[in-house]
Design a protein. Structure first.
Length: 344
C-alpha cells in the first residue's frame, strides 16, 4: 500500500538526538506515513537505536550504507520512498506532531508541488521563530516562482529542504536528486531546481519544524578542511542551473551579493581558523581571492551596494584591494570575539 508521505531521516553521529526525532515522527497526527531511517555509516549507536524502533512500528524502515555524506543518504531515501509526498527531517532535529498532516492537507487541497512552513531555532537556552521566506498563505504559480528565483539568495527560501514537503511526481518530472559531490550547503542547488520546476507552491506561517543548533554539527565546527572544495562545487552547480534555464543574466547579481555577504566571509573565517602558520594562512587567503566564484563576485559587486552591511563592505573593500594581512587580522579578531561570547 502506498503511504501518503515518506519521511527521510539521514543519520550520522546523532545518537543523543535520534530517539527524540523518531518519537516526534511517531506522534504525527497523520498516520499514513512511512519513516525511512538511513544509517550513513555512522560510528555511533544510531543505527542500532533505529533498528529497535523498526521492530516496534511497521511504518519504520532502516537502510544501512557506507558513509557517503548527507546528499548520498537523502538520495538513498528518495530511491526507497513510496509516498505520494516526500519530506526530510535531520536526525538531530524534531518536528511538531501536526507537521506532516498540515503540509499534506495543504498539498492535496491546493494541488501543490511544494508546501513549506516556518521553523524554530532551538538552542540550549532559547527558541526563536523563523517565518517562511516566501509570501505565506497564498499559492505561487510557476511564473511567480521564476520571478522569486531572481532573489533566491537574498530571501534564502532555497535554504533547508527539511521545512518543505515535495510531491513525488516533481522528483520524477525534474529528475531531482541531491548532488553527492557537494557535502556542504547542499540544499540550495537542489531547491533551485525544485522550485524552478514546481507548478504550484504555498507556504504556511506556522512553526512546525524544530531545528536544533547542535554545537557538534558540521555547520558549527570552526575549521572545515573541505569547505573550499564544496562551496566551489556548489557554485558550479548553480551556474550550470542558471545557464540551463536561461537565468544567468537575471540571477547573477543575487548570487554575487550572496557570495560577498556570506560565502566569502565563511571562506576567509575558515582559513583564519585553521591550525596553519600565519604565512600559510595569508597564502590561503590569496588563493581564496583567486577562486573564480570569488573573483566574479568581488569584481562585480560595488562595496557601496545597498544590501551590504558596514562590516561586509569593509571585507569586500579589503578583498578588492587584496590586503591580506588586514583580512587575516579582521577574521582573527572576529573569531576571538565569537569565542569569548560562547564562553560567557
Amino acid at each position: 500500500m502506498t503511504p501518503l508521505v515518506s519521511i527521510i531521516v539521514p543519520m550520522y553521529n546523532v545518537e543523543p538526538f535520534i530517539g527524540e526525532c523518531i518519537d516526534s515522527l511517531l506522534r504525527q497526527t497523520l498516520s499514513d506515513i512511512e519513516i525511512i531511517l538511513v544509517n550513513d555509516g555512522t560510528p555511533d549507536r544510531s543505527g542500532e537505536i533505529a533498528e529497535d524502533y523498526a521492530k516496534r512500528d511497521a511504518r519504520i524502515r532502516v537502510i544501512h550504507q557506507a558513509n557517503g555524506g548527507l546528499s548520498s543518504a537523502r538520495n538513498t531515501g528518495i530511491k526507497a520512498a513510496r509516498g505520494t509526498y516526500i519530506g526530510f527531517v535531520d536526525g538531530d532535529d524534531y518536528v511538531s506532531s501536526a507537521m506532516f498532516q498540515r503540509l499534506a492537507e495543504e498539498a492535496e487541497e491546493n494541488r501543490l508541488d511544494i508546501v513549506g512552513c516556518g521553523f524554530y531555532k532551538q538552542s540550549s537556552d532559547r527558541r526563536t521563530y523563523v517565518p517562511p521566506q516566501l509570501e505565506a498563505n497564498r499559492v505561487l504559480t510557476k511564473r511567480e516562482m521564476t520571478e522569486r528565483l531572481k532573489h533566491a539568495h537574498e530571501t534564502r527560501f532555497i535554504w533547508y529542504v527539511w521545512r518543505y514537503l515535495y510531491r513525488r511526481e516533481l522528483f520524477d518530472r525534474a529528475n531531482l536528486m541531491f548532488d553527492e559531490d557537494i557535502r556542504f550547503a547542499e540544499d540550495s542547488p537542489f531547491n533551485l531546481s525544485a522550485f524552478c520546476e514546481a507548478e504550484r507552491v504555498k507556504m504556511l506561517d506556522e512553526g512546525l519544524y524544530i531545528y536544533r543548533e547542535n554545537p557538534n554539527s558540521l555547520t558549527e565546527i570552526p575549521y572545515k578542511p573541505a569547505m573550499d572544495e564544496h562551496l566551489q562545487k556548489q557554485y558550479q552547480a548553480k551556474i550550470a542551473f542558471y545557464n540551463h534555464y536561461g537565468l544567468a543574466g537575471a540571477c547573477q547579481e543575487d548570487l554575487n551579493v550572496y557570495i560577498c555577504r556570506h560565502q566569502l566571509p565563511m571562506l576567509l573565517a575558515n582559513a583564519c581558523a585553521s591550525p596553519n602558520s600565519p604565512k600559510d594562512i595569508k597564502k590561503k587567503i590569496r588563493q581564496i581571492l583567486s577562486y573564480d566564484m570569488v573573483r566574479q563576485a568581488v569584481r562585480h559587486t560595488p562595496f557601496q551596494h545597498e544590501k551590504l552591511l558596514r562590516g561586509e563592505r569593509l571585507v569586500l573593500a579589503l578583498c578588492k584591494w587584496r590586503i591580506t594581512f588586514l583580512i587575516k587580522l579582521f577574521f582573527e579578531q572576529r573569531g576571538k570575539m565569537k569565542g569569548s561570547a560562547k564562553q560567557a
